[in-house]
Ligand binder design. Sequence first.
Ligand code: R7I
Ligand code: MG
Ligand code: MG
Ligand code: MG
Length: 348
Amino acid sequence: ARSISLDRFKGCLVGGVAGDCLGAPFEGDQTVSSTVLNSYLEHMDEAAQKRNQPYKPYTDDTAMTFALCKSLLKNEGLNLIDLAGQYAHEFLSDPRRGYGSGAQHVLAAIATEKLYESTDESAVLEPARQQFGGQGSYGNGAAMRVSPVALLHAKDPIELMITTAHRQSLITHSNGLAVLGAVIQAAAVRIALQTEEGKEIDPKRFVNELRNVIIKVDHVDASHREIYLEKLNLVLRFLGKTAIDEEEFCEQLGNDISAPGSVPTAVYAFLKALKPSQDFEVGSGILRTILTAIEFGGDTDTIASMAASIAGAYYGRADIGEDVLKHCEGVQLAEQYAEGFFARLTQQ
Ligand code: R7I
Ligand code: MG
Ligand code: MG
Ligand code: MG
C-alpha cells in the first residue's frame, strides 16, 4: 500500500490552512458548543454571501508556514539566514495577521538590523535569544508553522527532520519548550504521513513514537522533555475517558499560546477525531479534527491548524470537500507548495 502521496502532502498543508482559517474567529473564546460549531459549518454559504470571497482569511500561522515553504523549496533545504529574511519580509509586508507580541518584536528587529544580510548565523538568532529576559519564547509560533519540515524530510532519516525543525525554531523561539513543541508537531505529521493508506492508527503506538522522538532531541533541558512526556501521558488519559470535564482538560492539557499548552492538545484532537463523534456529524476526518480542536476554545486557530496538518497528512486532500474550503484563503497556494515538495521528493 502506498503511504507517501501527493494527495497526503496536499492534505497536510491544506489541512493546516483550513484549521487556521476556520479556527481563527474563535481564538480566545472559552469553550465553543457543538451546536454553534455545527451551525457554523452549515451556514457558511449564507454567511459568505454577505462578504467578499473567500471570506475566511488565514493568520500568522499560515503566513509563516508559507514563508517556510518558500525558503525550503528555494534553497532545497534549510538556509537559516534566508529563512529569517523570509519570515521578516512576510511579517513586514502583511503585519496584521495576528502575530504574537514577542514574535513581532523579533521579526521587526531582524528587518531593522538587516540581519538577513549577515553571513553569521548566530547574529540572526540573537533577537530570539534575548526574548523574555534571555529565556527565549515558549510560545507555539515555532510549532504552528513547522509542517513543511516533515514534507521536506519525508524520506530522510528522522534525525535530519529533528534538526531542521529545531533550527528553524531558533529564529523566533529559542526556549527548549518551543523547540520541543516544533519537533513533536513535525514528528506527528511525519508519523501520520508514513502510516500506510487505509491502516488505522493506534493512539498508544502513535504516542509512543512521539516519546521516542522527544528522547532524541539534543540541546534542550531534561526538565523540558519531562514536561512533554507527562503531557503525552495526559493525552492518553483523556482519550480513555468517556466524558471530559472541559475545565480540567484546559487546566491540565491546555488550550493556550504556549507550546506545551497547545501541541499535545493538537495531537489529542487528531487522535480523538479518528473515531466518529456524536457531536460532529461530518464525513471528513479533517473537519472532524478541526471541530474537535476548536471546541476547547483558547488558541483555536493554532491548535486546529496543527491538528489538521497531522490529520491532512493521514486522510489526504480528497478527504475535505470544497464546501468549506472554498471559503478559506490560501488553499491554492498551499497546494502549489505541496506539489513543490512532492516533485522534489520524486526527483531524488
Ligand atoms: O509564539 P508566537 O509566535 O505566538 C503564536 C500565537 C499563535 O496563537 C498565533 O495564532 C498568534 O495568535 O500568536 O509569539 P510569542 O510572542 O513568541 O509567544 C506568544 C506569547 O506567549 C507571548 O506574547 C507571551 O505572552 C507568551 N510567552 C511568554 N510569556 C512569559 N514568558 C512566550 N514566552 C514567554 C515567556 O518566556
Ligand atoms: Mg494565528
Ligand atoms: Mg492572536
Ligand atoms: Mg493562534
